[in-house]
Design a protein around this ligand. Structure first.
Ligand code: IPM
Ligand code: MN
Length: 367
């Protein structure tokens, strides 16, 4: 049966990397038993320009009906001055919330060929393989009350609410433990329980859930220490589970351990339907819309392509195809091909966005 994919290129380099994604879907269509029906729609600034809002109900409904969503990136200086509610980012946050995509998987993996692209020493990051699981539909991103209010003639107040309910913590913690079971049976939960009650509750609930997973070695860490430890000795981590905002910050930090933000994919998953092995899912690169390089054929499409890899594994049970994509990427890097962001010396061969996509198709053909 055909898989319905909603492709949302978004803004900036989102367009260029989406074109490369389509090349991969074409290859998969022709060469595997999976078939894809791709619908392309607007989100973010592109949707604001066309319809005056960052996501339309039509697109939201398509998102709800699709088998999986692939998103490029949203945002850019053109829309930064808009009211908060109309900004490109709101489109992304709305999909996450309305589809209840609460579990965000952000792997940070170092490809051998790229050890020297990291700003950290080789021995600190070689073979690094961390999975950050970020809670994505609650916490300070969505807590009420929120806003900016004038409280006197000269003073305004800006405020947000960091709130977690125990059932929200329980479900993301459970995902963390389940993934840890499939990996090295180590889980680190990151909070700020020494200062914030909402994350004191986080720690208590994670401890409760741990009783169901006696095999897992669970540790807790405060977020400030975790940021430091990620840079000092990242290999002490295997699976990390954390709140929405801490996960946002720590995943950017972890991404730079791997050399480039341009290499990292992500998956945002909802609950499984009862009785069925189906869950809503959106896949997107961790990087942003990079307006400074947009339209110049400089963007690295590999995070987007690895996001397709995660889609194949998580939504369509094709772990083999994800592995195939990863090994093709590995070969390309080992052969010295680089996009601008991961180029480090003159022995390497520089490729543009579309050439990198073509190279990957060529590698798939040869596989
Ligand atoms: C991310 C991004 C988003 C976030 C923005 C664009 C809303 O930084 O996916 O990490 O903060 O979650
Ligand atoms: Mn972010």
């Amino acid at each position: 049966m055909k898989k319905n994919i909603l492709l949302l290129p978004g803004d900036g380099i989102g367009h260029e990397i989406s074109k490369e994604a389509e090349k991969i879907f074409n290859w998969l269509d022709k060469n595997t038993n999976l078939e894809f029906e791709i619908s392309k729609e607007l989100i973010g600034g592109a949707s604001i320009d066309e319809y005056g809002e960052p996501i339309t109900n039509k697109v939201l409904n398509l998102a709800k009906k699709s088998d999986a969503i692939l998103l490029g990136a949203v945002g850019g200086p053109k829309w930064e001055k808009l009211d908060f509610i109309k900004r490109p980012e709101r489109g992304l946050l709305k999909i996450r919330k309305e589809l209840d995509l609460f579990a965000n998987f952000r792997p940070a993996i170092v490809f051998d060929a790229l050890v020297s692209a990291s700003s950290l020493k080789e021995e600190i990051i070689s073979d690094l393989d961390i999975m950050i699981i970020r809670e994505l539909t609650s916490g300070i991103y969505f807590g009420e009350p929120r806003g900016i209010e004038k409280i006197s003639e000269n003073i305004k107040k800006g405020f947000n609410t960091l709130v977690y309910h125990s059932d929200e913590i329980e479900r993301i913690a459970t995902v963390g433990f389940e993934i840890a079971m499939k990996r090295n049976k180590k889980l680190c939960s990151i909070d700020k329980a020494n200062v914030l009650e909402s994350t004191e509750l986080w720690r208590d609930v994670v401890n409760d859930v741990s009783k169901k997973f006696p095999e897992i070695h669970l540790t807790h860490m405060y977020v400030d220490n975790a940021a430091m430890q990620l840079v000092r000795n990242p290999k002490q981590f295997d699976v990390i589970v954390t709140t929405n905002m801490f996960g946002d910050i720590l995943s950017d930090c972890a991404s730079m351990l791997t050399g480039s933000l341009g290499m990292l994919p992500s998956a945002s998953l909802g609950e499984f339907n009862t009785g069925k092995k189906i869950r809503k899912a959106m896949y997107e690169p961790v990087h942003g819309s990079a307006p400074d390089i947009a339209g110049k054929n400089l963007a690295n499409p590999l995070a987007m392509i690895q996001s397709i890899g995660m889609m194949l594994e998580y939504s369509f049970s094709s772990l083999d195809l994800n592995n195939l994509l990863k090994s093709c990427i590995n070969n390309i890097l080992n052969n010295g091909y680089r996009t601008e962001d991961i180029f480090s010396n003159s022995n390497e061969k520089k490729l543009g966005t579309s050439e990198m996509g073509d190279m990957l198709v060529k590698e798939l053909e040869a596989s």
